[in-house]
Design a protein around this ligand. Sequence first.
Ligand code: FPP
Length: 216
Amino acid sequence: MDGNGRWAENKEKPRYEGHQAGLKTLSKVIEFVYKYKISHLSVYAFSSENWLRPNSEVKNLLTLFEKAIDDNFNFLIENKICFHLLGNISKFPKSLQKKIENLKDYTRKNNKFHFYLAANYGSREELLFAAEKLKIHRKPITETIFKKAMYVPKLPDVDLLIRTGGETRLSNFLLWQSAYAEIYFTKILWPDFNKKNLDNALSFFDKKVRKFGKIN
Ligand code: FPP
């Protein structure tokens, strides 16, 4: 969800307003994706490198996460959405950690739609986390065994990865899970990303012939 800051700066607004607008876009995107019966959606909200931003921006983002949980708690439950957290939340304020755990617990059994929020997430950290867990494993490590040691083993491989904001890199996001992802880059800044842009990304994906290394 890249481009919140630039969106705000272009409008001579504080960066925080870009993140607020980004949250609104996220709500709409969840709604569209849900209606399209896509069953899994993962979003990159806060990378492990984002701590290097000014304190005030980090604080604003953490406050926004708490507000987002408070405002959407009932929506997630009513729509049978299962909430997953990808990342290490131990550095987050205790109140936010509690809200995240509570939301995970309440939605654990839902299976209509799976929403994965990557927060304090870094793919290399996730891979090291899995490797560390498997240190004492004596038998050969297969892909299945490795996958089970990751943050959320249930998270399926990524089919379509969308990056907004014009950059053409993965920035340490779901590197293992995106091994065969179709990648769609767009210059649209995240707060401006709308249904038409989503439809364009989905038709880009529809046109792909996915061979997974085979000839046909
Ligand atoms: C990257 O844009 C975006 C983020 C670091 C934060 C993403 C957060 C949201 C979309 C809102 C909150 C979401 C939840 C789930 C509560 P950037 O700030 O790096 O933009 P820039 O590259 O234009 O500076």
